[in-house]
Ligand binder design. Sequence first.
Ligand SMILES: [Zn+2]
Length: 225
Amino acid sequence: MQKVGSTTTTYYDVLGVGREATPEEVRNAYRRQASQLHPDRYAEASHAQRLEAANGMARVNAAWDVLGDLQRRRRYDGQLTTLLEWETAALGNVDGEGVYLPPVACEECDAVPTREATVWSVTSKWGIVPRISKQTGIYCHYCGTEIADEYQSHTLKKGWWGPLPMVATVIILIMNRVSRQKWDSLIPAPRGLDLLALPGSPHADTAEMLRRTEQKAETRQYVTG
Ligand SMILES: [Zn+2]
């Protein structure tokens, strides 16, 4: 795969096009890759080869989902620069004291990019007092929107009962929406610095994820042993 000048594999790398590629070039590249990885071509192949082709196809489809849509592509481009900077920081960029500077990873799943935001929930107590809980965290697209949705639906179910709780509920529903938007606007982020392992995405491939996890475990053993 062609690289954009970093060790992170981007969707552009997956399709083998540059970041300046026209929509038509992106489309052609997608068609070429998809036809090369088509299951028909692997009908006679070994299980491992078929698995690899299927994983390749999942990757190519994931890349096409983003790069084939102008709006998503623009959003992806906007955050790619930041992502590549984070990666540089993670891969041995050290400050004056020799301290390792990791990128800010998701508190739940280690993905980047992330953003910090707060969500609140309201529970009406005896219809009189609104009891408010809050959670502040640094989360990725998936984890952030999921947590925001949980807090929102809790508030919708338990917050309304009583005049004061109702006022709190209205305010907090709005505040949660703002926080959710912050996470929603992040590109659906891969685990760690790997742009291809997409936790929670429709393209996540269990076999591929397992393979990567094993690979990481092996690397760790190598490093410690
Ligand atoms: Zn996450």
